[in-house]
Design a protein around this ligand. Structure first.
Ligand SMILES: Cc1ncc(COP(=O)(O)O)c(C=O)c1O
Length: 466
């Protein structure tokens, strides 16, 4: 054999610490704001929806956070995940680039999401919580939380965006197999859901609405807390097991990436992969200049066309205001198939790095994304989820550019989930029924104007003047 096909680590090599980027950011992270006080959120207030241990992690400026042994033990069910070299894709493209992908689809729910779901369920269980509520778009996050709560003897109540609930019955059934209760959102279970349905009985739902329902549920019930699958610091911290393992795997074969790429819905899979390499950059250990490239759909172009401001994380405005690139918290996404990428905002840490020029954002339409996904499946075998297929599209472009320029680039990307529950989307692509959506500029502006009209003081907050 003239080249490695995959690099594996042993179970003992699962990281013992997560990496936290907070002490290494180029500027202090603007704080989350309480809309009632117009001041940074008092952590005590968050205890109504999150356990204390996770609030502590959210605020922590410790660079290395120990992974509890009980969590590492559950990680051994699928971690360390393999690092593959895309040998057949490279050959097909006739590129001198070397393409590597970290494959998170080997977890039982089929994506990177259980890296944080297991940790979150564990900390909640330790504090006596019995039920976790959450939202899910594609169903990946919901199934990860259903899997994790079941392990620790808890229950999950999951508000699934109605379009996905209808498009993906098998994801719903998977959650039910692990003992979760799944409701199509907007639902009749919450006051907010009923209000949305009254106005518009055919509302297709959005992650923003589902988050509002899940938070309201946690706020109004005893021993019920809320769990978020992306965006917040503690979630992204848990995901760094991916990048820490990938670094070790590349080291074993004497490689280092020129490009680290991933898709962004809220930013957890991409951050989980790139943060440890970013640490190399800021600590002067990186042997190369690395490009960090984040991909998203043209239908939900948060990073490429969103506005950097404080906005709510949900539609009912129950969350604190977060500093981020946003399309507006009342955003109703076009019904594209990358359900996990249809969120109106992104992680505040990612947005700060984007604003400071550390990240290159790229947006692709879903037809070019499925074309890339199909080529990947036909060369590499694995059928990718629609979300990471946005990154595959970028990687193929970049590999072809390397061919033109005759450059031996090393590209690392995150294949953060498989697409075996997304076959309907592939079918629609083959039948020519997918549309290349572009979210209209004026809708973004109108939505942000509505927030500024309702909360005029947002534009005077000092924290964004960084
Ligand atoms: C497979 C997959 N990739 C990516 C995402 C996007 O989320 P994040 O940006 O937090 O990784 C999701 C979200 O559901 C997902 O299911």
């Amino acid at each position: 054999m003239d080249m490695y096909r995959k690099v594996l680590l042993s179970e003992e090599e699962i990281p013992k610490f997560w990496y936290n980027i907070l002490p290494d950011l180029p500027k202090p992270l603007p704080p989350p704001i309480d809309p009632e006080t117009k001041e940074p959120v008092n952590p005590k207030k968050l205890e109504t929806i999150f356990p204390r241990a996770l609030i502590k992690q959210e605020m922590s400026t410790e660079r290395w956070i120990p992974i509890p042994e009980e969590v590492r033990e559950i990680y051994t069910y699928w971690r360390p995940t393999p690092l593959y070299r895309a040998v057949r894709l490279e050959k097909f493209l006739k590129t001198p680039a070397r393409i590597y992908y970290k494959y998170e689809g080997v977890s039982p729910p089929g994506s990177h999401k259980p890296n944080t779901a297991v940790a979150q369920a564990y900390y909640n269980m330790k504090e006596g919580v019995e039920v976790l509520t959450t939202e899910t778009g594609a169903g990946q996050w919901g199934s990860a939380l259903a899997f994790a709560t079941n392990i620790f003897g808890m229950k999950a109540r999951i508000y699934m965006v109605k379009t996905s609930y209808e498009q993906k019955p098998y994801r719903r059934i998977m959650m039910e197999v692990w003992g979760a209760e799944v409701l199509p959102s907007p639902s009749n279970k919450t006051r907010f859901g009923r209000m949305v349905l009254e106005k518009d009985p055919d509302n297709p739902g959005s992650l923003g609405i589902a988050i509002s329902e899940a938070i309201e549920d946690a706020l109004t019930h005893e021993n019920v807390k809320y769990s978020l699958g992306s965006v917040l610091n503690h979630v992204l911290i848990h995901q760094t097991v991916q990048g820490l393992e990938a670094k070790k795997q590349l080291e074993l074969i004497d490689e280092y990436p020129d490009i680290v790429a991933g898709c962004v819905g809220g930013g957890s899979s991409f951050s989980g992969l790139f943060w440890p390499f970013y640490y190399d950059v800021v600590s002067g250990k990186a042997p190369k200049n690395i490009r960090f490239v984040a991909t998203e759909p043209t239908a939900c172009p948060t990073m490429t066309r969103g506005i950097y401001t404080y906005d709510f994380g949900d539609t009912a405005k129950l969350t604190p205001l977060l500093p981020m690139y946003t399309l507006g918290s009342d955003f109703i996404p076009p019904p594209i198939h990358a359900g996990g990428l249809r969120y109106h905002g992104d992680a505040p840490t990612l947005c700060l790095l984007l604003k400071e020029g550390f990240i290159e954002p790229k947006a692709y339409d879903q037809i070019s994304v499925f074309e890339a996904a199909t080529l990947f499946a036909r060369t590499e075998g694995i059928i990718p989820a629609p979300e990471p297929s946005h990154t595959i599209k970028f990687v193929i472009e970049e590999a072809l550019r390397a061919k033109e320029e005759n450059e031996e680039k090393v590209i690392l990307f995150n294949l953060c989930g498989h697409g075996y529950f997304d076959l309907k989307a592939y079918q629609e692509y083959f039948e020519g029924n997918l549309k290349p959506y572009y979210y209209p500029e004026e809708k973004i502006r109108e939505s942000i104007e509505r927030i500024f009209k309702e909360y005029p003081w947002i534009s005077n907050l000092p924290y964004l003047k960084i």
